[in-house]
Design a protein around this ligand. Structure first.
Ligand code: CU
Length: 261
């Protein structure tokens, strides 16, 4: 998977932040701006000057509406459950336990629209350890997200990753305890348990919010996409599609299907 590593320059924000900043500045200097700046300031203070604002608003460019991308990821390959060592404690259905999760894919924009990710709010997610399985098997998060790894089993686990985007080793800890890892770099993080070789999970870290995880039938929808031209990628269990170019029109919905072999 290619995830954009480039950070936006603070001096080159996208259309949204610039617009909002300008509105804020004008609001603060309203009396001086009523004549000089005119239209934008009057639209902003509409409730105080209702008679004029409606007329002026029609002279303003229409607000840009976001669109959506939706469709389905068709998995042509056989999604096999993780191989497990024989274990007398297993009750038969063990091999199937994280199979549904492996049918889920991630669909994401290869690069985000400029100015799309200004806020760096701390986010949190959880990858549980339950029945010798990571639950969920697949997480997709934005950079800055802290993921907790609670142990819900009565046995010890030892969660670790050697991935470039984030290397860590949480050591062994018992049921009821949890340790957390913060993910600050975009990329793919493969998660394992040092004690149970059949345990594995994926955490995909993005530096923008334009991604989603499909349902187990492969269906997805990415909302709030500003109009523009993008490359979209589908990813499943380490396999990424070719980037598909699409144009999201103002306020429109684009259908986009993927087939992963
Ligand atoms: Cu384990």
């Amino acid at each position: 998977m290619k995830v954009e590593h480039s950070r936006r320059s603070p001096s080159a924000p996208g259309p949204w932040p610039t617009f909002l900043r300008e509105l804020g500045a004008r609001r603060g200097h309203l009396p001086l701006l009523l004549g000089a700046v005119g239209a934008a300031a009057l639209v902003l203070v509409g409730p105080q000057v209702p008679a004029r604002s409606a007329v002026i608003a029609s002279a303003q460019p229409r607000a840009i509406r976001t669109g959506a991308i939706r469709g389905r990821v068709d998995l042509r390959h056989v999604v096999s459950p993780a191989e497990r060592r024989p274990n007398v404690a297993d009750l038969g259905a063990a091999d199937e336990r994280d199979r549904p999760d492996r049918l889920r894919s991630v669909v994401y924009l290869e690069a985000a629209p400029r100015g799309a990710f200004d806020q760096t709010e701390a986010a949190n997610a959880v990858m549980d350890q339950r029945n010798e399985t990571f639950v969920p098997h697949l997480l997709a998060v934005t950079t800055g997200t802290t993921v907790a790894f609670p142990n819900s089993d009565r046995i010890y686990h030892n969660v670790f990753s050697l991935s470039k985007a984030r290397t860590f080793d949480l050591g062994r800890y018992a049921v009821g305890r949890s340790k957390s890892v913060r993910f600050d770099r975009p990329g793919i993080v493969r998660v394992f348990c040092d004690i149970h070789s059949h345990m594995s999970g994926f955490i995909l870290v993005f530096n923008h919010p334009f991604f989603t995880i499909t349902d187990t039938d492969g269906r997805y929808r990415i909302d709030q996409v500003p109009p523009g031209t993008y490359n979209v990628i589908a990813w499943n269990e380490g396999l990424a599609s070719e980037p598909k170019p699409i144009v999201v029109p103002d306020g429109g919905i684009v259908e986009l299907e993927f087939a992963l072999r």
